[in-house]
Design a protein around this ligand. Structure first.
Ligand code: MN
Ligand code: MN
Length: 469
């Protein structure tokens, strides 16, 4: 028998999509590079559960390689590296290109906020000799997932008079942490018959923060609460009123862990969307003398609709591009209209346990590379930017030419639900944009999972996008 392929087999190879290339197409060297890249990513993720911390990490990493704070009155030349922080919660990093922004900028935009539990403005109370925090969850949570796991407190308090205190409690190995309690199964026979949305509500996300009374002979009430306030006052100099001007978040206290006997994946809190933010940050750090000015923008508030002055709907990035354009002697709107953008955001990886939530042919898969989502939205492509055929063609060609492993993916099956990203807000600025990011398992859970090679391919995608001549 001949080993030669039949004419039909050759035609099939030529005309059909075939099986995805997947991780089998990567060399051992590439997989090793991915593993090494992810060590840096794990450090970033552990250091940055909330957006302010991600900004601090990014500033330090950028300064180390020569980025300086942006000065709108300075004149920049090709290769110069600048950054601009927005209210401590978002950051733009630009590497000035040979053409500046005359022919538009290259934008990679990711968000650095993640689903979590925020404290209410008046959070602390005592009930049955326990001290607890009232909370208001942030972003899309399955609330039951946040019970009975260790939580740490991160955030900022502004005292009367304006002094700022950063709070981080529960991260150290031997430091105490906090927890939302849950009902034992024996007493949950009513609870378990309720639909999931009713079995555990937002007002049930009360966080246990103390149980010992303040040590006194005085006959006073609420001494457990007083004891908590005394501890906070001793450590941070704050009082109960200072909670009124604070941003305090509870996030899972566990650090990242490799997943699988083969350590091929990473489990951790906040992959969505630090897993795209870090590769986009590293692409800005690594690119040198690009043709067009490259901008990595790490934004806030995506998980709650991108509203507010640190979210993608703010004019912060628009004005930054306008300032860059002014220095290049072009109108800001012209620079924007020629700009192109990769909206760096995760997609839900196909999960065989929940296969019915996906449509297999148009889902992204762990280890098949960075995923492009042409559109997101819900209910008949509502509420999304739908990337043009032309722009899809351009990005596809770029990835293929540079041997970046990539795949296409929709977020779940049609009409099941849906989601949104920052892409539509970028598109509304008259910019060509498409979502490109890392497939995630257990997205929005306290412990999400990504593949190391997919993380690395996200970095490769952003880098070749910035480096393209
Ligand atoms: Mn995201
Ligand atoms: Mn999300």
């Amino acid at each position: 028998m001949s080993e030669e392929k039949s004419k039909t087999a050759l035609l099939k190879e030529q005309l059909t999509m075939g099986e995805p290339k997947g991780i089998k197409s990567l060399s051992a060297e590439e997989i090793q590079k991915a593993d090494e890249f992810c060590e840096g990513y794990k450090t970033f993720l552990n250091a940055s559960p909330v957006e302010r911390e991600a900004v601090k990490y990014s500033v330090a990493a950028a300064q180390k390689v020569g980025f300086v704070e942006y000065d709108p009155n300075a004149q920049y030349k090709c290769g110069d590296k600048v950054y601009l922080v927005n209210r401590g919660k978002a950051i733009a990093l630009a590497v000035i290109g040979k053409d500046g922004v005359k022919n538009g900028a290259r934008l990679a935009i990711a968000h650095i906020d993640s689903p979590r539990i925020d404290l209410k403005p008046n959070p602390l109370y005592e009930a049955n000799n326990l001290a607890l925090f009232k909370t208001h969850y942030y972003g899309g949570l399955k609330k039951y997932q946040w019970t009975a796991i260790p939580l740490t407190l991160h955030g900022t308090v502004v005292k009367l008079g304006g002094e700022t205190v950063d709070i981080c409690w529960g991260d150290e190995e031997n430091e105490s942490c906090f927890c939302v309690t849950d009902l034992l199964p024996h007493l949950a026979q009513e609870q378990v018959t309720k639909p999931m949305s009713k079995a555990f509500t937002g007002e049930d996300l009360n966080v246990l923060v103390g149980s010992r009374p303040f040590d006194t002979e005085d006959k006073e009430s609420e001494l457990v609460k007083l004891n908590v306030l005394k501890i906070l006052n001793d450590k941070y100099g704050i009082t109960e009123n200072d909670f009124l001007s604070a941003e305090l978040c509870l996030v899972p206290s566990f650090k990242t862990k490799d997943i699988g006997f083969d350590s091929s994946m990473i489990g951790g809190y906040g992959h969505d969307d630090k897993v795209c933010a870090y590769p986009a940050l590293m692409a800005a750090i690594d690119v040198e003398n690009p043709q067009q000015t490259c901008v990595t923008y790490l934004t806030d508030k995506e998980e709650i609709g991108s509203d507010g002055n640190t979210g993608m709907q703010s004019d912060f990035l628009r004005y930054f591009i306008y300032d860059l354009a002014k220095q290049d002697g072009v109108e800001g709107y012209r620079a924007l209209s020629k700009s192109i953008c990769l909206s760096a955001d995760v997609n839900a990886a196909f999960d065989p346990t929940y296969a019915s939530a996906y449509e297999a042919k148009n889902s992204s898969y762990i280890n098949n590379g960075v995923v492009i989502s042409k559109y997101t939205g819900h209910g008949g492509k509502y509420d999304t930017s739908d990337a043009s055929a032309e722009f899809m063609g351009k990005i596809r060609t770029m990835l293929e030419n540079n041997k970046v492993l990539w795949q296409i993916g929709e977020l779940g099956r049609v009409d099941l639900g849906g989601g949104g990203t920052i892409a539509k807000y970028v598109a509304n600025m008259n910019v060509d944009v498409v979502d490109l990011g890392v497939p995630v398992l257990s997205m929005h859970a306290p412990f999400e999972i990504v593949s190391k090679t997919d993380v690395y391919m996200a970095y490769r995608a952003f880098f070749v996008f910035f480096d393209e001549k």
